[in-house]
Design a binder for this molecule. Structure first.
Ligand code: DX5
Ligand code: ZN
Length: 247
């Protein structure tokens, strides 16, 4: 199985002290940092964009290899994900994880300043573009989306159009601190059965009480927001999460 990656979401940190939150999370033993980008359209909430990610970059050393410690995992809960990929690359994003649901209803403009084109963005063309920009590509699905939409994307014979990670949402995206949806875990099981080496990320409601089920299903990239930033001893929570996945 691929390495265990503990990936705290700074959504639950103090936004007035985000640089410190990133440094702290790395000191507590995290592997990656999960940066939740929300546009107020794809989800009913707003957070931050590429300029904030760029300001955070100097606080965390760039990963030495793809997927290494210090990876900035940008979870793009936005419409028109193709439009913003180059800005996030320039800001220092390592993983650009877009939502399947946004990619299939989107135009293929490649810059914030581009006029909309009539060309359609597809998951595969977006993955190719993210790779051409030099980032890793992730594809996320909401709870209401079937895992079956992913097979044609994962099975395709073209390396450059294959995602490096799949994110299975275990809450409805938009807010931290929601209840874990165990109903989503069969998606993880099905993915792990077919793809022993794929990075499979779970996001939403992960904590000491839910990690065992997620690990059992086969998730290896573990996002945790409130469980880490709300803890008295965040380093302890991170090590409990890690041990649960590794046991
Ligand atoms: C929710 C975000 C999550 C969120 C998770 O839309 O995608 O990353 O921060 O928060 P917790 O771990 O508190 O459920
Ligand atoms: Zn997230």
């Amino acid at each position: 199985a691929p390495p265990t990656i503990i990936n705290p979401s700074v959504l639950s940190a103090d936004f007035a002290e985000l640089g410190k939150a990133c440094r702290d999370a790395m000191d507590w033993g995290s592997n990656w940092l999960h940066l939740d980008v929300m546009d107020g359209f794809f989800v009913p909430n707003m957070t931050f964009g590429a300029s904030v990610v760029g300001k955070l970059r100097p606080h965390v050393e760039r990963p030495k290899e793809k997927g290494g410690n210090g990876t900035f995992d940008c979870h793009m809960m936005i419409m028109e994900p193709m439009r913003w990929a180059s800005s996030f690359r320039d800001a220092g994003a390592d993983m650009y994880c877009f939502h399947y649901e946004a990619a299939i209803s989107s135009v293929a403009a490649k810059q914030p300043t581009d006029k909309d084109t009539t060309e359609k963005c597809t998951p595969k063309s977006l993955i190719r573009y993210i790779h051409e920009l030099g980032m890793q590509a992730g594809i996320a699905i909401k709870p209401e989306t079937s895992v079956d939409v992913l097979w044609g994307i994962l099975d395709n014979g073209n390396d450059i159009e294959r995602p490096d990670m799949v994110l299975v949402m275990t809450v409805h995206p938009g807010f931290g601190g929601q209840k874990f949806m165990a109903s989503e875990l069969p998606k993880v099981t099905a993915l792990r059965q077919k793809y022993p080496n794929l990075n499979i990320e779970v996001d939403g409601g992960l904590a000491e009480g839910t990690i065992d089920q997620a690990a059992e299903a086969g998730a290896n990239v573990i996002v945790a927001g409130s469980a880490v930033f709300g803890a008295k001893d965040p380093a302890q929570v991170i090590s409990v999460l890690r041990e649960a996945v590794e046991k």
